[in-house]
Design a protein. Sequence first.
Length: 149
Amino acid sequence: MIIHNVKVFPSKVHLPKKKQLAWKIAEIASDNAKLDKEAIEMVINRIIDNASVAIASLNRRPVISSREMALKHLRKNGATLFGVDNKLKFDCEWAAWSNGTAVRELDFHDTFLAADYSHPGDNIPPLISVAQQNKKSGLDLLRGIITAY
């Protein structure tokens, strides 16, 4: 395992690309290392959990509101929305917004494992939306989700 220390630098400091966080994340995401079986199983569980919570929240006001916003942003070859015919596609940014709202509406109370910096619901809906719009494979999506953690 490689541990990356993250530090904020003033904008006047020129940080070489290879030392920038975005570069390091891209290196991990594009690495063709064999995927860990336990990590794959955990990602699958998190996707199922996200979808389940999203479905349970479809009729709540914040989710309805975010979905109404996303519905205004149709896009051919875009991404799908929870609770909407999957033949319809929307801009991935709006799909991520609406689907993320659906996941977090009922799953807002926890912080995943408390020691972690984020929740799967903060990463998975946007990654699914971007993967759909960019026609990425399930393996690409899996690598992206694993990279997010």
